[in-house]
Write a protein that binds this ligand. Structure first.
Ligand SMILES: Nc1ncnc2c1ncn2[C@@H]1O[C@H](COP(=O)(O)OP(=O)(O)OP(=O)(O)O)[C@@H](O)[C@H]1O
Length: 264
């Protein structure tokens, strides 16, 4: 392992139709799991899209240690978008085989890695929502990527499947920089090495989880979130509007190195 970041964003901004969605985001991610949390609409998916090379920033730069998705790097960036259009009719193994052929990956190892080896012959349309998400995580980890970007891999899943999805993400984090957005603060608390709290498109707090908790005198990520954003992502005050005020602007645009490997 090394302290050198796997990916670094510097002054990244993104607007849609002139409306700012990300503003001056600077951060770096390294090996391990970095969780991106924040209210609905705070820019999590946009940030993950930028990291994955699927969304073009309107300002700023993204650098990858091993070369990025558009640079023909020696290690690609794996990406699980919020909605994955897997094709009905194919089995789980056939689906992964298709993606594996694109990146010279091992579909059986990827299936086993997310605990789906026994479901290899099941057709996509017979998989539960949770199994599809796990298959999506397997797809994103094919080909030994240096950076794995998972956009809300647990949304809509039951507690057991959520835990499995995060465990699979954490396993991938042994070798890669795994960046996962989530509203599930308890799982973030249990599995994330580093946390980025987004608020209105800016980094309100970010860094190794233990360090952030100590800095904000928080017992867990839920308390950290409350201290930085106000409310919780799944309760009253979860929206940006509801938490207007005290924290606004104070910590915006902080430049952070989020996945300190030495803090794992
Ligand atoms: N393609 C797009 N065109 C126009 N506006 C967009 C587009 N994508 C995102 N936005 C807007 O940008 C803002 C941030 O969206 P984003 O999906 O990044 O937030 P998020 O934190 O992931 O939200 P959620 O938690 O609800 O998934 C929202 O106001 C959204 O409506």
């Amino acid at each position: 392992m090394t302290d050198e970041p796997s990916a670094t964003l510097d002054g990244v901004a993104r607007t849609y139709g002139g409306v700012p969605v990300l503003t001056d985001v600077s951060l770096s991610v390294g090996t391990g799991v970095t969780a991106v949390v924040g209210p609905n609409g705070s820019g999590k998916s946009t940030l993950l899209g930028v990291l994955a090379g699927a969304v073009e920033p309107t300002a700023g730069t993204v650098r990858y240690r091993h070369g990025g998705p558009r640079e023909g790097g020696d290690k690609r960036v794996g990406y699980l978008p919020q909605r994955v259009p897997f094709r009905d009719g194919l089995t789980a193994r056939e689906t992964l085989g298709f993606y594996a052929a694109l990146v010279d990956g091992d579909p059986d190892a990827a299936l086993a890695g997310v605990g789906l080896a026994d479901a290899a012959r099941k057709r996509i349309e017979t998989l539960s929502g949770g199994m599809r998400r796990l298959l999506g995580i397997a797809q994103a980890t094919l080909g030994d990527p240096a950076v794995v970007v998972l956009d809300e891999p647990t949304s809509g899943l039951d507690p057991e499947m959520r835990e499995r999805a995060f465990r699979a993400a954490a396993r991938a984090g042994d070798d890669a920089a795994v960046v996962v957005s989530s509203h599930d603060l308890d799982l973030v608390d249990a599995h994330a090495d580093a946390v980025v709290v987004l608020r209105r498109g800016s980094v309100a707090a970010g860094g190794p989880r233990e360090r952030l908790l100590a800095e904000h005198d928080a017992a867990d990520v839920r308390e950290l979130y409350r201290a930085v954003v106000g409310g919780s992502p799944d309760g009253p005050g979860s929206g940006d509007e509801a938490s207007d005020g005290d924290a606004d602007g104070e910590r915006d645009a902080e430049s952070v190195h989020v996945a300190g490997v030495s803090d794992r």
